[in-house]
Write a protein that binds this ligand. Structure first.
Ligand SMILES: *Cc1c(COP(=O)(O)O)cnc(C)c1O
Length: 355
């Protein structure tokens, strides 16, 4: 694939304090852009980050035909940026695209676009341990048409952002018996914009009650655990790790998949199945609930210390050497090239032609 590159005149890097970056607000100098029209992806290019001009009738603004991905590149000790399971992100992006009636992107094109951009922006990866370059590929409709129909034109953009280490404290969750994130048959499995807009109201309510995030239950019976925020859920009960089976309403996290591989490799019993909120409460009462944590690209593993469901409160032990912290250390080690990558998950970005 031929990607044209227009370099920025002067990098903004020297004006950025990489040791002090607020998440999501500081962008690197360049972005990747590609347009879909006449039935194919065209004009792959890397350009300085700039504003887009959008017609007021842009379909995305009205009907939300928009999807995204989120991944991270780390630097190894030789300052080589390393991507983690990029082909999984390409596949998930395409699964989201198909669900939202959007065009798919050739996996090699998706990965090459990211490799070239990451290589170009590698100096933006902070040196501080745990820092990374966050990569945000996204696609949205660009037709100017006020009708509910799939767009015939789209833009695919990749932005990169330096991010500080994620210092997480254990989170408190409020299991909602009032709002849902996704139902079977809906779009819960797609990383599509509307899912996040739909979650804001319940999140706001949870925060006003002193909770960090909503623990989503299934959309039919408000019984089975789905996931939380932008993380999948795991529980440790009686030395077995349990995560809700993906059923079409749950986002298929790549960190979740990675955890499942590692746990199986370590010989730790894992179950992917339905798990009700009552089962979690009962385990806590019996003393068999040993841990609960979320999995996602941002935090890798986030311990949960408390779950409220109606008038019941579950306190969860957060142990120093928990399974969650072991998983997190392992993934971080693999992502930085410090632990052997026996599953072939890492993709180092050595010299890239063209850039
Ligand atoms: C992105 C996301 C996740 C986590 O996926 P990872 O690939 O592990 O980062 C989980 N749930 C939702 C709703 C998400 O958007």
């Amino acid at each position: 694939m031929n990607i044209s590159i227009k370099h920025i005149n002067e990098s903004r890097l020297s004006s950025v304090d990489l040791d002090n970056i607020p998440f999501g607000r500081v962008f690197t100098d360049h972005m990747f852009v590609m347009d879909y029209y006449d039935g194919k992806w065209q004009d792959a290019r890397i350009l300085p980050v700039h504003d887009l001009s959008i017609h007021p009738a842009n379909l995305t603004l009205h009907y939300g035909q928009s999807i995204f991905e989120g991944m991270k590149a780390f630097k190894n000790s030789d300052h080589v940026p390393i991507l983690f399971r990029p082909e999984m992100h390409a596949r998930r992006m395409n699964a989201s695209a198909e669900r939202m009636v959007m065009p798919t992107i050739d996996q090699d094109v998706f990965i090459e676009a990211i490799r070239q951009l990451v290589y170009l922006e590698k100096d933006w990866i902070p040196d501080m341990d745990g820092s990374a370059l966050y990569i945000r590929p996204f696609m949205f409709a660009t037709d100017e048409f006020l009708g509910v129909a799939p767009s015939e034109t789209y833009k695919f953009i990749v932005m990169t952002l330096p991010v500080a280490p994620y210092y997480d404290r254990p989170v408190k969750l409020l299991a909602s018996d009032k709002y849902i994130r996704a139902a079977i048959g809906g779009v819960g499995e797609a990383k599509t914009a509307g899912n996040y807009a739909a979650s804001l109201y319940a999140s706001k309510e949870a925060k006003s009650k002193g909770y960090d995030q909503v623990l989503w239950l299934d959309g039919k019976e408000f019984t089975y655990v789905q996931e939380v925020g932008t993380m999948n859920m795991f529980f440790v009960i009686d030395d077995t790790v349990i995560t809700p089976a993906t059923d079409g309403a749950i986002l298929k996290g790549i960190t979740r998949d990675t955890f499942l591989h590692l746990l199986k490799d370590w010989g730790i019993p894992v179950e992917e199945r339905k798990i009700s909120i009552q089962e979690v409460i009962d385990a806590a009462e019996k003393g068999t609930l040993q841990g609960a944590f979320g999995s996602g690209t941002a935090a890798v593993a986030a311990d949960v210390c408390e779950i409220r469901y109606k008038d019941q409160l579950v306190q969860v032990n957060v142990e120093e050497n928990s399974i969650a912290s072991r998983l997190k250390r392992e993934i971080n080690g693999i992502r930085k090239g410090e632990i052997e990558d026996k599953f072939g998950w890492t993709d180092p970005v050595y010299e890239v032609a063209n850039v």
